[in-house]
Design a protein around this ligand. Structure first.
Ligand code: BGP
Length: 471
């Protein structure tokens, strides 16, 4: 028993976290150029708007824009079969509402995809990874506005047409369910690019934005298949399964309801309709989602070809009568450890996650993010000995293999997050490192940007060479 032949071993990144060159080549500013997704607006005292023009970590990032040839060669050195990245919307449509795309931006990704193909690496591409054009956030309120569907679909179609012979695997929105906790003071500034207003019903705003994203994603799937019927267009879900804190029956319900917060996003995109539990919830909460008559038909027709998901951790929850909306009440799980940022490390949870998704949807799966952020530095021998990362991946890959070999999960590929150190989406740090390749840059932005393989680089190379046999 082994992983299938042609299994897509690789790694995953997002444009705004590594490209830099934020205002080069005709690129416009995106929301990611002024803010991380982890609600730092609160720290910065922003409550009702978006600031522009700060020297933000993404502005230079690791300068992949200018160094991608060197970086792709390094990744190819590990034997990558695929590489997941995103297309920065603002390189293609600097403001987002133009009719004509920016040729220089399109050319950049042409060159990047050609470079990958040179090494036999399959591009796996996210259209919207935590960034929309800043102009669309400021002028239209981001995804609270239905006009976003038109802008996104135009962007998607331009990309599909241009790269139809270079890219087969697509995702519409990264972690479409991320940052959906409506108790957060400052939210959905991920793909949605919207800020809540004082006193508004955040639950309603969040689902309204999600509805427009669902429609946009479904249209993209439909149009994409017209452009190239071989396209595989997936949804992308942040999948952190929630365990019940005990065997108490009410804790099972609490965990189930918590999981529904995530499932709803996959249910709509994979099954093509809103599940009954969310419709009932909207009815109970008096939530009124505006929909056009054709929306539900579009959602039904535009179901995805596969499910991409990120897996970093599991959560644990217990029943709490006051938690009517089942929102993110976590309990510490005594059975798992956490990293320096409190992210719980749970390899068996990955096998559990794969089983849950397989059984619920029976669609091919792709793990497009998994990994561990660590504090790291060069040691006396000039090497970065990231044994903790090797252990993390060995354990996760072991469980992933069990899901395929013992449980019958259909898995297309495995892309650890940040194979080269990059800017953290949640904190803006450089020193929350995920890479097999070290980048000389610290949180203050100092460093030569030199790249250097870590110990795990040579380890992962062997894993790929042996199709996951040699851990
Ligand atoms: C996911 C995002 C990525 C990535 C990753 C790690 O939620 O899709 O963009 O950054 O998390 O998170 P962080 O960068 O906050 O450590």
């Amino acid at each position: 028993m082994a992983l299938p032949k042609g299994f897509l071993w690789g790694g995953a990144v997002a444009a705004h976290q590594l490209e830099g060159a934020w205002n080069v080549g005709g690129k416009g500013p995106s929301v990611a150029d002024v803010m991380t997704v982890g609600a730092p607006g609160v720290e910065r005292g922003i409550t009702d708007g978006i600031i522009e023009g700060e020297n933000y970590p993404n502005h230079e990032a690791i300068d992949f824009y200018h160094r991608y040839k060197e970086d792709i060669a390094l990744l190819a050195g590990m034997g990558f079969k695929c590489f997941r990245t995103s297309i920065a919307w603002t390189r293609i449509f600097p403001n987002g509402d133009e009719l004509e795309p920016n040729e220089e931006g399109l050319k950049f990704y042409d060159d990047l995809f050609d470079e990958m193909h040179k090494y036999g690496m399959e591009p796996v591409v996210t259209l919207s990874h935590f960034e929309i054009p800043l102009h669309l956030a400021n002028e239209y309120g981001g995804w609270r506005n239905r006009k976003m569907i038109e802008f996104f679909v135009r962007f998607a179609k331009v990309c599909f047409e241009r790269y139809k012979d270079k890219v087969k695997y697509w995702m519409t929105f990264n972690e479409i369910n991320n940052q959906r906790n409506t108790e957060s003071p400052f939210l959905t500034f991920t793909n949605s690019g919207l800020l809540y207003k004082e006193g508004e019903d955040r639950y309603q705003v969040m689902y309204q934005a999600a509805h427009y994203e669902f429609v946009a994603s479904a249209i993209a799937v439909i149009e994409g298949h017209k452009i190239n019927p071989d396209f595989q267009i997936g949804c992308m879900i942040a999948f952190c399964p929630t365990y019940p804190a005990s065997a108490a029956p009410q804790d099972q319900i609490a965990a189930l309801k918590e999981m529904d917060r995530t499932y709803v996003f996959a249910d709509v995109q994979c099954r093509g309709h809103y599940p009954s539990y969310i419709l009932k919830e909207w009815e109970r909460f008096g939530t009124d989602i505006r929909m056009e008559p054709e929306d539900l038909k579009i959602i039904q027709e535009g179901t995805v070809d596969y499910i991409a998901f990120s897996y970093y951790m599991t959560f644990t929850t217990e029943y709490d009568e006051s938690n009517v909306r089942h929102l993110g009440r976590e309990k510490k799980n005594p059975f798992v450890k956490a990293n320096d940022w409190g992210w719980q490390i749970d390899p068996i949870g990955l096998r559990y996650a794969l089983n849950l998704l397989q059984e619920r949807y029976e669609l091919p799966l792709m793990i497009v993010e998994n990994g561990i952020g660590l504090h790291e530095h060069e040691e006396a021998d000039g090497m970065i000995h990231d044994d903790a990362r090797i252990e993390y991946f060995a354990n996760h890959i072991t469980e992933m293999k069990k899901a395929v070999e013992l449980d019958g999960v259909t898995l297309i590929g495995y892309c650890p997050w940040g194979p080269i150190d990059l800017v953290s989406a949640g904190t803006g740090e450089m020193e929350k490192r995920y890479g097999f390749i070290y980048v000389d840059k610290n949180n203050k932005g100092e460093g030569t940007l030199a790249r250097k393989p870590k110990k795990s680089y040579y380890w992962y190379k062997r894993v790929i060479e042996t199709n996951g046999e040699n851990l």
